[in-house]
Ligand binder design. Structure first.
Ligand code: ATP
Length: 199
């Protein structure tokens, strides 16, 4: 059975920056955010379920999900939110497991912002946390996206808190430094994981 490393971290911590560096070493990455979009591409079963549950008006003429409209609905309607989750969560899980099974590299990384919150670490042999202080999270996330500090802080408070996340970590990347310092840590972990995958 292939070694699966679960990678997580708060918003703006540098998960994508880290997984890009693992990918550059030839490691397959399964990204929960990407999978969440893949399961609602035109024609996908979960999209058909959304159409059946909420109506045709959530799908545009090209068969794409109208995310903004659906977001607005579940924001104001708790029961719609639960129905959407009941469609999305199993679809995402199945696709994640499919992609993990198809991985060909010596080990594979499952990257998910809500790895711990959604219990996805049960599929992983190890948990790798990308860690930065909250102030840096806010700074990097606001620089990247056109969102304000309040929105980032509200997302941070909806995620597992930093000390609890760190207690669940087998390995930690300190991403408070430069991108080259990140690369050094990724390459060290890569060697460690290759050894673990071999044994
Ligand atoms: P999210 O959960 O929001 O998807 P993430 O954890 O994937 O975020 P990234 O997108 O990788 O975070 O990083 C957030 C921003 O910070 C990006 O603009 C990225 O380029 C930048 N960044 C990441 N690491 C560093 C670093 N060590 N030095 C400077 N900038 C960095």
């Amino acid at each position: 059975k292939r070694l699966i490393i679960g990678l997580t971290g708060g918003i703006g911590s540098g998960k994508t920056a880290a997984t890009d560096l693992f990918a550059a070493q030839g490691i397959d990455i399964v990204d929960a955010d990407i999978v969440a979009r893949q399961v609602v591409t035109p024609g996908a079963p979960a999209l058909e379920s959304i159409k059946a549950e909420f109506g045709d008006e959530y799908i545009d003429a090209e068969g794409h999900l109208n995310r903004a409209k659906l977001r607005a609905l579940v924001f104001s309607d708790e029961s719609a939110k639960q129905k959407l989750n009941a469609i999305m969560q199993p679809a995402i899980r199945t696709e994640l497991l499919d992609q993990l099974n198809q991985a060909k590299s010596p080990y594979v990384i499952l990257s998910a912002p809500l790895l711990l919150e959604n219990g996805l670490e049960s599929y992983c042999q190890r948990v790798l946390v990308v860690d930065v202080p909250e102030a840096l999270q806010v700074q990097r996330a606001t620089n990247r996206d056109s969102v304000n500090e309040e929105q980032i802080k509200s997302i941070i408070s909806s995620q597992i808190d930093r000390p609890t996340r760190l207690t669940k970590a087998d390995d930690v990347i300190d991403n408070s430094g430069s991108l080259s310092e990140l690369k050094i840590q990724v390459n060290q972990l890569h060697k460690k994981y290759l050894t673990l995958a071999d044994g």
